[in-house]
Design a protein around this ligand. Sequence first.
Ligand code: HPA
Length: 232
Amino acid sequence: MSFHIGAKKGEIADTVLLPGDPLRAKHVAETMLEDVICYNKVRGMLGYTGTYNGKRVSIQGSGMGMGSIAIYVNELITTFDVKNVIRVGTCGAVHDSLKIGQVILAMGASGDSGANRHYFEGLDFAAIANFDLLMEAHNVAEKMNINTIKGNIFSTNTFYDDNPNRWDKWIKHNILAVEMESQILYTLAARLNARGLSILTVSDNIITGEASSSEDREKSYVDMMKIALEVA
Ligand code: HPA
């Protein structure tokens, strides 16, 4: 048991997929895994363990934002000895060429995480994906004929902001998309000696204003989940 995860030791697999939405964790566990147990209901942040093609894997809701995911990632690694933490989430693209449903493998996560600055006393840690997981995700996606883009993304704690030019300098530096969790996931994986990766699908385009229908979202979410489950 930990503060926020009510599992017993051994109930959580070495590899945990982390969608933001706990009901997404439930849906994936129920439709894509076998021999499923629910190990966590604390605060409604559902967590499940099951098997995919015979391999054990867990899927844990992370909530939204870096404060929330940091709690789950810390406890998964330090209390439950988890080795691989893989975020599976959505992002808003900031390049007009990026289409809804595009899968992005986040090589690095820039961002505004206060925790990051706090750990490094104001200096900037380069929050990067684990190369083995990144490579594996690239390879399995190619095998499944799913196109992925690899690059740097931005994790923010502020979904709403007044500045219309907010993303200009980040776009200039080839940031592909914006989301709210990966930067601290990568930092914590490094800090706690685990491996981290974020696999994202574009749910909306911040520049063009395009947003996905629920069918598009479902289809691209399935592609992303298949990549993550194969990596696991
Ligand atoms: N901003 C932040 N996070 C997001 C967005 C966004 O526009 N879309 C999906 N996740």
